[in-house]
Design a protein around this ligand. Structure first.
Ligand code: SAH
Length: 348
């Protein structure tokens, strides 16, 4: 039995098999990995791709993550915040375009405290009762996560960034704690959110060991979603001169994650599209089943600059949606008007 067959049948991988799959130059092996991952995705989701409308609420952040262009020490970063009405307008536009999931993401910005954020979530919940609300606002208290859930949020994206505490300490300032991030993820799950974890591929100091730990973490945590994309250097950060992550490695990891967890919601990320003109299409072909077009107001798009050269910063939301639909259609996939919830029993 080949390594790919074993991974597919047993939903498990060893440290050495991982290294082999990420380093092999054998075209037949890479092709087998890709086609197996796509077959598994087809069994669960068919040729359907779920769309999520991304609304970037704030470029202010109190944290100082070494990789991120929005870290508080970056004095050249342009800071903005969306108003409540800006956010509702984005949702309105998105709804008309067919989005049934709104992802509100932002830096850790105290302006969006529980009072403000609960008001926003409950307003969106009331105005768009058939939509899923996903939050990606970093680390908050359990009480805050609970209040936002009670206000109507359904899902939360919080990448674990790395499953190795030592590696975490190389990516973050000493005041940030790996344990707290992991505790947040477990709290979110206990509260009842559909939860997404994930990591950057090719982040500085990443090794096969840390990647293997990431896959083991995913295996134990059993997230509903996994977000991975290549690390991309951001100017005016400590990692400005670090090399970008590899598109090939990201694609192979997408396929491996699909084979480990056939039902997982797996986006082909904007970062992948930034490093390769067909990155998102390739992501789908390696087993991803979600894309997240940008719904943020065009005026602020370029200022949500977590990394350099981010794509889709010049278009209106309608253009982003049309482009996404066209890109998926060209490779034989169909974007669907649906909440696209995680469903372990779903078989297309
Ligand atoms: N403040 C929120 C949202 C962060 S942005 C939070 O803490 O979750 C979402 C993700 O973008 C991060 O979790 C990180 O994995 C990724 N990211 C940040 N900087 C990046 C970079 N330079 N290259 C690629 N991805 C990056």
């Amino acid at each position: 039995m080949t390594v790919v067959d074993k991974l597919r049948n047993e939903h498990d991988i060893s440290r050495y098999e991982l290294e082999m799959l990420l380093t092999t130059n054998e075209a037949s092996c890479i092709e087998a990995l890709k086609s197996s991952a796509r077959e598994e995705a087809n069994k669960v989701y068919g040729n359907k791709v779920f769309i999520r409308g991304l609304i970037e609420l704030s470029s202010h952040c109190k944290n100082d993550c070494l990789y991120c262009g929005l870290r508080r020490s970056n004095s050249t970063a342009v800071r903005y915040r969306l108003s409540d009405d800006d956010i509702y307008y984005c949702c309105e536009t998105g709804y008309k375009l067919g989005f049934r999931t709104f992802v509100m993401q932002g830096g850790e910005d105290g302006w969006f405290d529980d009072k403000r954020m609960c008001r926003i979530v409950s307003t969106v919940r009331n105005r768009f009762p058939d939509c899923a609300i996903t939050l990606s606002l970093g680390e908050r208290s359990r009480e805050s996560y609970q209040a936002l859930f009670d206000a109507g949020a359904n899902r939360y994206l919080l990448r674990h960034e790395t499953a190795s505490p030592e590696h975490y300490a190389q990516l973050h300032p000493a005041e940030m704690s790996w344990q707290n991030r992991i505790d947040c993820l477990y709290a979110l799950k206990e509260i009842g959110y559909q939860v997404g974890c994930g990591f950057m591929v090719g982040s500085p100091y990443q090794t096969f060991d840390t990647l293997y730990a990431d896959l083991q973490f995913i295996r134990n945590f059993q997230p509903h979603m996994v977000g991975i994309g290549p690390f991309i250097s951001a100017h005016d950060t400590p990692f400005a001169n670090m090399p970008n992550g590899s598109v090939q490695t990201t694609l192979r990891l997408l396929a491996i994650i699909r084979l480990l967890h056939p039902h997982v919601l797996l986006p082909a990320t904007t970062a992948l599209g930034t490093l390769h003109p067909q990155g998102r299409e390739l992501g789908i072909q390696f087993g991803a089943n979600v894309v997240m077009p940008n719904l943020s107001p065009r005026d602020h798009r370029k200022d949500y600059a977590i990394y350099d050269n981010k794509i889709c910063t010049g278009e209106e939301s309608a253009e982003c949606m049309a482009c996404t639909e066209m890109r998926m259609k060209r490779i034989g996939y169909e974007t669907v008007v649906s909440r696209g919830d995680f469903n372990p029993n779903y078989e297309a």
